[in-house]
Ligand binder design. Sequence first.
Ligand code: ADP
Length: 273
Amino acid sequence: MVRQIISIEHVFYRYPGQDPYVLKDISLSINEGEWLAIVGHNGSGKSTLAKMLNGLHYPEKGEVRIDTLPLTEETVWEIRKQIGMVFQNPDNQFVGTTVQDDVAFGLENNGVPQNIMVERVNHALERVNMHSFLDQEPHHLSGGQKQRVAIAGVIALQPKVIILDEATSMLDPKGRKEVLETIFELKEELGLTVISITHDLEEASKADRIVVLNKGEVYNEGTPMEIFQMQEELIELGLDIPFSIKMGKELEKQGFTLEKNYLTENELVDALW
Ligand code: ADP
């Protein structure tokens, strides 16, 4: 049975001392094990919403519940244990001098006993395919590897939800692919709930569902295919349509019949050769 893990009901938020609301009547529910992408142009409120889910902002009106617990100043520490965050710049996230120290940091802070800590660090690094880098200095890794170590640090704490706030936007295509594949495996194998905040629709195309934010409001939500149907509107909102979709549309115009309304890898090969 599908279980709701996050519910956001009619949430309004504005920054202290500022007049306009930056989140306006947001309602969303997120299921356990779901990958939800929140997309939107710069300034649409994505990061503010992500920070609220981590208890850094509280709704001025409306309610946020994480695993049935309402977000308040009393519950925030309990809620933060359930939510892991990975941010944009991998270099800003390291605290350890080696990969294993870095992943162990949060566990040490939580007073996890040494033997359990070693086990959890090893397991988390295996999960993200970074175990062979255990003794390396994080600063020597590639961008994609650094983000995978940051993800290991989060999953070692065994949260129910992981939030990626533009976590692939500073990576090259290879690094982005590594991180997205890692996230997909974590979702499939651990049943982790994933929320990815991004302005990149290519990344969002990997999610189960996309929510489009615009000027602090939910503009639309649906499966990636439902959202990509609204090509003109997305361009209006300043969102870049994934290459596979653009190519698919172009080829359809030229008389190709596609299996889906985007270009599959086989179709791309057929069209190009
Ligand atoms: P996004 O992540 O989609 O780029 P943000 O959540 O960062 O959007 O920003 C939403 C709105 O809130 C923007 O208008 C931005 O200028 C404003 N904002 C963001 N952070 C602050 C802040 N610390 N103080 C005041 N306004 C802010």
